[in-house]
Design a protein around this ligand. Sequence first.
Ligand SMILES: Cc1cc2nc3c(=O)[nH]c(=O)nc-3n(C[C@H](O)[C@H](O)[C@H](O)COP(=O)(O)OP(=O)(O)OC[C@H]3O[C@@H](n4cnc5c(N)ncnc54)[C@H](O)[C@@H]3O)c2cc1C
Length: 334
Amino acid sequence: MRYLILGCGPAGISAAKAVRGKDKKGEIVVITEEQGPPYLRPLLTELIMGRADVAGIADPQAQNLADRGIEVRRGKRAGKIDSAGNRVLFTDGAEEAYDVLLVATGGKPEIPPLLEKEHPSIFPFDSLDDTLRIADRVPRSGTVAVYGPGFLAIVASSALRKRGNDVVWFQPDLPRSGYPISGELEANILDSVRNTGVRIRDGQDIVAIREAGGGIEIESTEKGERVRCLAVVVATERIPAIGFLSGSGVKTGTGVVVDDYFRTSVPNIYAAGDCAELFDGGTRISRINFGWRSAIKQGRIAGENMAGAGKRYVREESDYFWALFGPALLDRIR
Ligand SMILES: Cc1cc2nc3c(=O)[nH]c(=O)nc-3n(C[C@H](O)[C@H](O)[C@H](O)COP(=O)(O)OP(=O)(O)OC[C@H]3O[C@@H](n4cnc5c(N)ncnc54)[C@H](O)[C@@H]3O)c2cc1C
């Protein structure tokens, strides 16, 4: 049996280990587009603040995978799935066969066209490479703008503020999904962010950016407002990274549509973690359970089922974002 797992985040790693727990002999290969060893994405802000280095945020879950007979291949991006031929085609021209496939490719930030361009003062914030770029190139003092609707913009603003920057946070809108912060909690969080000195531009979008003396001038939807800054950190919502499934026959909505066993519409293909859209037969609502622990739990069950367990996912409200990895959000801000 050959198990192929796309993505080496928490969902992919926990799935690989769970497969091994059930199938001692099968071949397990995890493939990811990232070049470096797996890391704890929730601790990326520690790098921005200079409180940890890359080794300090290594993912302990990924230790000893080779000893368990789990092969990890890096730097390879899946480009297409040939589900009739049980093959994954990679963008470098290589292909890999599978008997059972797991899609655990997580999410990628949705960046508005205005901020999408390659520009020395625009910094996406999602991966380790992005974060190293921010840590290296964004000066530790002076004004930095943060752009994004939700959780990632909150943690980015707080981290930049703590390292010494003046921060202006453009919060254009509510996130489209995965934002259970509301009511009193949201008010408390925003107050805490504000109290640290972050200037929140609630409901304001960026409509134009211009070069301005080694930095950027931002024009926002607030009439007459111009903000000059050294850099713009783009911390937007993560949207499932599943474009390569187009034409594969795997049913997708916002994410890969899965049932309570993490099975997709193609029998030998599963999906778990931030890329999976779980359909709840009870409420008839589909949703994506963003979050580190949720990804581990989903990956584990998916992995067991790939090896024949037939285990059903039991929903718990805490799986949905609240079971965050790391310190509570309010503690991170203060
Ligand atoms: C900056 C930041 C801070 C966060 N902080 C927290 C937090 O404090 N608490 C919390 O619970 N959650 C946090 N999250 C969310 C959390 O990291 C995710 O929920 C979790 O990583 C999802 O795990 P995953 O395995 O589904 O996907 P991911 O961790 O996204 O891993 C997917 C992997 O697949 C790879 N991949 C994508 N496309 C392809 C392809 N085509 N071919 C091959 N490989 C591919 C990706 O490069 C990535 O390595 C944070 C996220 C970010 C970006």
